[in-house]
Design a protein around this ligand. Structure first.
Ligand code: IPD
Ligand code: CA
Length: 280
């Protein structure tokens, strides 16, 4: 697979993520998949089963590189200069509760050691909206299902839908304190959502369906955001840490993201960083 174009890698990511989403829809019939794999760990049986399923699908597609995946960490399946970075089930809690906002993420980078912006193609497949897959390749841009998305679509969404909605994750008092200035900003009244599947909310924000995505908790990992941020980059969304620093996580192991603030427009990101007192 090393020699495949990013266009071809996008097709494979869509196929594997689509099959894994179908597998997870079927798996939900069986209540035992909501059990924790071991006490003290967040992982439920469905996370692990989906991961094993995706690893097998990738091997059957001919993938021979390293697979960086949420539950098992780094899995070596051959010597090619390729990374597959996967979150087999983003939004496990939603999935277990029957809240249909959850997804499968699969991305590819042509290296064995790299950073978020080395991801050249990938797909985020909402588990319960099979036709609305989100995918990108570095040469083609971003697709929703089979349709290419343009910057005009983003502007239109922002004007009609997203102009005053923020996706906000700040569950600790420290995190809440770090972002409260945004909520107190004069002349603004925001609608706030914390929907439980970071990849889908990052994509929704990049598509202009929200004006800001803010995660102030230091809880996200590269697997949660790698593909979603690839989509953000190609849609010209702007993002940084809440201190205004570059988000530069590694993708060859489960690296952490300190914090993330993202907007479909640079001017809104700058406004938010300014309100927070961070550098622009
Ligand atoms: C979770 C979701 C959620 C975020 C959590 C993540 P997971 O992913 O993305 O939005 O709040 O921090 O852990 O664990 O269900 O893959
Ligand atoms: Ca997960």
């Amino acid at each position: 697979m090393e020699g495949l174009s990013s266009r071809e890698l996008r097709v494979i990511a869509c196929r594997v993520a689509g099959e894994a989403a179908g597998y997870l829809r079927d798996l939900r019939e069986d209540y035992s998949v909501f059990k924790k794999v071991s006490s003290g760990k967040e992982t439920i049986v469905a996370d692990k089963k989906a991961e094993d399923y995706i690893v097998d699908l990738l091997k059957n597609e001919g993938f021979r590189g390293i697979i960086v995946t949420e539950e098992s960490g780094v899995v070596e399946v051959g010597g090619e200069r390729l990374i597959a970075i996967i979150d087999p089930l983003d939004g496990s809690f939603n999935y277990a509760c029957g809240i249909p906002w959850c997804s499968v993420s699969i991305g590819f980078a042509r290296c064995r050691r790299g950073f978020l912006n080395d991801v050249v193609a990938g797909a985020v497949q909402p588990i319960y909206y099979p036709h609305a897959s989100y995918s990108f390749s570095s040469v083609e841009g971003v697709f929703v299902g089979g349709e290419k998305v343009s910057r005009d679509d983003v502007e239109r969404n922002l004007e009609l839908i997203g102009y005053n909605t923020i996706a906000l994750y700040c569950e600790s008092s420290v995190a809440l304190k770090s972002v409260e200035k945004i909520l107190r900003a004069k002349n603004y009244s925001f609608r706030v959502r914390s929907l439980g599947c970071a990849s889908l909310e990052i994509i929704a924000t990049s598509l202009g369906k929200m004006i800001l995505f803010i995660d102030a908790r230091s809880k996200l990992r590269c697997v949660d955001v790698a593909v979603a941020l690839g989509i953000s980059r190609l849609l010209n969304a702007s993002f940084s840490s809440i201190n205004g620093d570059e988000v530069k996580a590694r993708i060859d192991f489960i690296d952490k993201i300190d914090s993330l603030i993202l907007s479909p427009k640079k001017e809104y990101l700058n406004w938010a960083l300014n309100v927070l007192g961070s550098k622009e």
